[in-house]
Each structure stands twice: as C-alpha cells, then as structure tokens.
Design a protein around this ligand. Structure first.
Ligand code: PEP
Length: 253
C-alpha cells in the first residue's frame, strides 16, 4: 500500500512573518493526521524558519526549485546543500511554471533530479501536458517524453526515491480539474512506463501525485483512483483550513 502524500506548493506567496504565522497554525490543525505524508513548500526566504517551527512534527518541508551545480557564479540560484542546510527534505523539480517562464527543459529537470538525489533531497518531479497538446491527442506522447527524460541515467535505487506529480497544465490554477478518469488514465500510463523502464516492483512503489485545482471538494474522487497517490496543491494550500480539509480527505484512505 502506498501512503498518500499531499504537498502544498506556496509558489510566490507569503512573507516571512506570514509564513511563520501560517505554519504555527498549521502544525496545530494537522497534529492528529497520521496516515498521510504532508509537505509544505514555502519560498526560499522562509525555508529556514519554517523548518525550525515544523521540526519534529508530522509536516515535512520542501523547496520549489534548486540548481544542478554545487556552487559558483549562478546569480539568483540556490544549491542542494543550501536547501539541506535550511532544513529541507523535499524539492519540487520541473513545475510547469518553471518550464513555461524560466526555460526549464526535460534536460535541466533530469540534471536537477540527479543533483537532488546525490545530495539526499527527495525530488517531487512534475510532468504534464499543455491544453493544445491534449486537444491534439498528444498527451501520452508528451508524458512519455517527460518521464523517459526525467529518469535518464538513474539507477533503480535512485528512481525509487522519487515522487512524481502529474499536473495537466490546463488544470493548474484554473479551477478546471481533470476528471478522475482522465487523471487515472495518465497515472496508469506513467506506472506502466516505469515498469518498462525499471521493474514492476519499482512501478508499484513510486508515488504519483495529481496536481491541478485539487481541493477538499474534489479530492475524494481523485484519490480513490487506484494510481493516484496524493496531490500537489497550489491554491488550496494557502489557507490553513482548506489545506487541513484536503488532508482530512486523504486520511480517509
Ligand atoms: C500547482 O501549482 O502545482 C497546482 C496544482 O496549483 P493549483 O492547485 O492552484 O491548481
């Protein structure tokens, strides 16, 4: 049985003081949730303080990006070791907003996955098709290309440490959630592809989150699909009660 994993991607929201106030509330509200892995991914500037507040709680901390080099002249970037020193356990890699606005490619995603694993961070790797690609019946081709690329050069042991997030780009921040059938179809496809690339064992153990306008009201249907193992959450993670309500749904599985 794969444990559900719900991760909140704060994107570019919350100042330091807002972040501190938020996680202080959150840790109280989530204290009794035991069955779900819970992660929050604040901005870089709040990581350190958020990690201290959430230390020894049931809430893990992740970053939203990293650079694939160890150090050097990369103005504005942040390294895996810096994230570890700020208390991070997870890191989101290849979010569609990074691919769309910051020139992230299948190749840089793969480089970042390698670096995160080498340093001991747990990557949450995002994949997903654009609306035009879905309308053009290209969804599975795009997903296959992204999945093959992100796993390139990884051993089975390394691959087993990943969490994947299937996020149809047309569903992110739009309120237009994928139907449970649409999401399940892609999740099953990804799992079959992992079995082909590695083994059935690996495919059955790697968790695949769904992301795209997931909230408490639609989470049950999505999470009851056999290959949907959690959610990567944008809008619904920004208020303590909406995030709590969503995790309560995940706890029911
Ligand atoms: C996301 O940013 O990964 C996301 C899924 O956002 P939202 O939940 O707002 O669609």
């Amino acid at each position: 049985m794969r444990r559900k994993i719900i991760a909140g991607n704060w994107k570019m929201h919350k100042t330091n003081s807002e972040a501190i106030q938020f996680v202080k509330m959150l840790k109280v509200k989530l204290i009794n949730f035991k069955k779900t892995d819970i992660v929050v991914c604040p901005t870089f500037t709040s990581l350190s303080q958020v990690s201290q507040i959430l230390d020894s709680t049931n809430i893990g901390v992740g970053a939203q990006n990293l650079h694939y080099e160890d150090k050097g002249a990369f103005t504005g970037e942040i390294s895996a070791e810096m994230l570890l020193s700020a208390g991070c356990e997870f890191v989101i890699i290849g979010h569609s907003e990074r691919r769309q606005y910051f020139n992230e490619t299948d190749q840089t995603v793969n480089q970042k996955v390698h670096k995160a694993l080498e340093k001991g961070l747990k990557p949450i790797v995002c994949i997903g098709e654009l609306l035009e690609e879905r309308e053009d019946n290209q969804t599975m081709n795009v997903i296959e290309r992204q999945v093959r690329a992100l796993f390139a050069g990884l051993s089975e042991e390394q691959a087993s440490k990943l969490v994947l997030a299937y996020e149809p780009v047309w569903a992110i921040g739009t309120g237009k959630v994928a139907s449970p059938e649409q999401a399940q179809e892609v999740h099953a496809f990804i799992r079959n592809l992992m079995a082909e690339l590695y083994s059935n064992n690996l495919a059955q153990s790697v968790r695949i989150q769904y992301g795209g306008s997931m909230k408490a009201a639609n989470a049950k249907e999505l999470l009851s699909q056999p290959d949907i193992d959690g959610g990567l959450i944008g809008g619904a993670c920004l208020e303590p009660d909406s995030f709590r309500d969503l995790i309560e749904v995940a706890e029911g599985f």
